[in-house]
Design a protein around this ligand. Structure first.
Ligand SMILES: [Zn+2]
Length: 281
């Protein structure tokens, strides 16, 4: 993977630090960061810094009230408060917050005028998901990875049993800890699980502000999506686009910085200039 930080670009020169931008954004919404995501919790911090772009989105959408949802009830309440609309694309029905869907429709119309299209990857799951979906998808990476590392002798039978039995919050913490030692849980087992699937209860799909796009490899499709407020904000998750509803040129002012990976630009939280843990893969 070729990674070029675009920090030296004009674009990023006046990139505001993520936490100052976040502070400002939360104040406007009258939310306290501590109540949303305990600063002492390393998992919450990591998740905020990987998926946090969503908290800086336009005021026309509702970001989640917490970094990690821990049950279906919390998710249902949030999704009802935010509201969503449905759209049929091909044979699939996808659901997003109304403002996000409105701009996806516009992007799609523009793409279609040029003989292109923007379609959901893996059907309805490309957009809104519930808590249970996020747990199931986590297990679809977690369980096969455990089997693999067991077969390689990197984990013992008893350790695997123990990991499977842990409460989710602890399980996530342990997985991230194992990944520090090179025991990765992504689908291809070569990078962090967080670039492959969100930890349960943390997905931007739960927030109804993410859409997985089949045509992500087409630069013109990415350009059209960006024009309509949709950006890649999770490193290495290539088909995954997040609705921010902001202009691309304004993203640095909102605490994000552009990072180019294999010719694709990701807008990620501008936490510091240090090397990103996912970048050496
Ligand atoms: Zn996604």
């Amino acid at each position: 993977m070729t990674v070029t930080s675009k920090l030296e670009d004009n674009n990023n020169r006046d990139s505001v630090p993520f936490y100052s931008a976040l502070d400002k954004a939360l104040k406007k919404r009258k939310i306290k960061l501590d109540g949303m995501c305990a600063p002492t919790d390393p998992v919450g911090k990591r998740i905020l810094e990987e998926y946090g772009a969503v908290f800086l989105a336009t005021k026309k959408v509702l970001p989640p009230p917490r970094c990690v949802f821990t049950n279906e009830d919390q998710v249902t309440r949030f999704q009802e408060e935010a509201g969503w609309e449905q759209e049929r694309i091909g044979f699939d029905y996808i659901e997003l917050q109304p403002e996000a869907l409105k701009h996806l429709r516009k992007a799609r119309e523009e793409a279609q005028k040029e003989g292109l299209d923007i379609t959901p990857r893996d059907g309805a799951e490309a957009a809104r998901r519930n808590y249970e979906d996020s747990v199931r998808l986590w297990n679809s990476r977690f369980i096969p990875a455990l089997d693999y590392w067991l077969s390689k002798g990197r984990l013992t039978e008893s350790r695997v049993t123990e990991l499977k039995g842990l409460p989710l919050s602890q399980q996530i913490a342990e997985v991230l800890e194992l990944e520090n030692a090179g025991i990765y849980f992504s689908k291809d087992l070569s990078k962090s699980i967080l670039y492959s699937i969100a930890a349960p209860g943390t997905s931007q799909h739960i927030h109804m502000l993410a859409f997985d796009v089949n045509e992500f490899e087409n630069p013109r499709v990415r350009e059209i999506l960006a024009k309509h407020g949709w950006f890649q904000t999770v490193l290495s998750d290539l088909p995954h686009f997040t609705f921010l509803g902001l202009k691309e040129k304004d993203l640095p002012k909102h605490g994000l910085r552009g990072v180019e990976v294999n010719g694709q630009t990701f807008w990620i939280p501008n936490v510091d200039g240090s090397k990103h843990p996912g970048l050496d893969k």
